[in-house]
Design a protein around this ligand. Sequence first.
Ligand code: UDX
Ligand code: UDX
Ligand code: ADP
Length: 469
Amino acid sequence: APVKVTKICCIGAGYVGGPTCAVIALKCPNITVTIVDLNQARVDAWNSPDFKLPIYEPGLEDVVRQARGRNLFFSTDVDKGIEEADLIFVSVNTPTKKSGVGAGFAADLNYVELATRRIAQVATSSKIVVEKSTVPCRTAESMRTILEANSRPGCRFDILSNPEFLAEGTAITDLFAPDRVLIGSLQTEEGISACQSLSDVYANWVPKERILTVGLWSSELSKLAANAMLAQRISSINALSAICEATGANIDEVAHAIGYDTRIGPKFLKASVGFGGSCFQKDILNLVYLSESLHLPEVAAYWRQVVEMNEHQKRRFSKRVVDTMFNTITGKRIAVLGFAFKADTGDTRESAAITLIRDFQSEKAYVNVYDPQVVEDQIWADLTEAQPLVPVDQIKKQVRICSSAMEACRDAEAVVIATEWKEFLDIDWEEVYKTMNKPAFVFDGRLLVDAAKLREIGFKVVTIGRPAP
Ligand code: UDX
Ligand code: UDX
Ligand code: ADP
């Protein structure tokens, strides 16, 4: 009979492991969930008495308040967590490799391997080991080999793949009501039984028909495929936005019209200054690398183009800013509103704002940045990483971090909306207009503001996917 899971350990208290396992604890009061991480500061933040959690996610604090100390625990004692659990989620980081074979494309699986080896070393009883991090296909196989080669006699390891599809900013609602939960296992008796054990955990709150069970390889590939197809939609709409700007069509109208086709559907068709986030680019590059290693260069080129189109969109946008401002922004002050890769998150990984600010800086503009959630140190870290050859002092001379949108816009010649934060809709634009140099430009990279209203005030407004008026 399938093992009844009573103790879960999650290795990695990051954006994926933290919220996912916090929700499992909330929904399964009879299961003890321990989330372990090597990073003491991160664990301390999860444990902080005043709930100053290490990630910002609407609704997360409420979940942690209810479950922490009851059946949800955060700890740096990785070994104890492993030893006590019957099911272990591996939810460590899998960044793109920066050097060596596949640099810039392949996932760095070092963290996954180290965590796996730790499990093999420490475990004294059988475990179900669940791959939760996004990893290229066949990682589960490597994990299995490592575990089998290093396990003690009498210890059985069953490997599952259970990719996470939550989106940042909506993590908690996504976890409460997922479109689907996907579990992949070997199609052996033991594999299917382990799969059943994990299904039973999710069945505490997810309807049975939404729990999909497939083979291990299908599960791993599905995660890469889902992100690649989502990113492809954005690159497709962004490619069309360039045509709109050149012709007089309006990308919002086009997206609305095509979204009515039920085969296409209305979601995820918002033109933007480019997608960001930790997943899309990374997963596509993984898929590219995988295709190349399978000797499928045409397939690799097809997916690679999705990322190239995204790079093009960012470059096209900063060029449009310069072109519109009489072909030079040297010495001009530009207010960049938003630094996170999307609204409702403090995460900045691969954020388009980083590229835009770098471009503005190389045109020798001054930049004021404001974001409601991103912490200052993160902004400096991202900007210095984006321009490794420019000394920090130089960057700090050109960039100022502001504590409100109003402050960022004061004395600026242009406002660039880089993230679709709702609060930018409530900006007192009449007031902003008064404090800006004229002509005052607004570049809306997120189709956020009402261009007609701003024009009435006096702004020159330039919007993605619409020709300049
Ligand atoms: C994504 C997937 O949605 C999620 O299923 C997966 O588990 C992880 O990767 P995430 O990166 O958190 O989630 O956010 P998402 O909402 O998908 O947005 C990604 C990027 O695309 C953001 O920069 C967003 O602004 C941009 N985007 C999204 C658009 O430009 N237009 C859209 O229509 C939708
Ligand atoms: C298409 C559009 O669907 C229609 O809206 C437009 O007005 C004209 O072009 P059509 O070419 O008649 O219609 O057929 P469609 O059903 O779209 O199929 C086109 C091709 O795609 C066919 O060869 C079909 O076999 C193939 N196809 C379709 C697939 O290979 N896989 C699919 O999932 C769907
Ligand atoms: P993701 O977005 O995939 O959740 P994060 O970087 O936010 O990625 O989180 C991954 C976490 O995993 C980090 O906090 C990191 O410290 C932790 N981690 C990495 N390797 C190990 C390990 N071997 N044992 C415990 N924690 C680990």
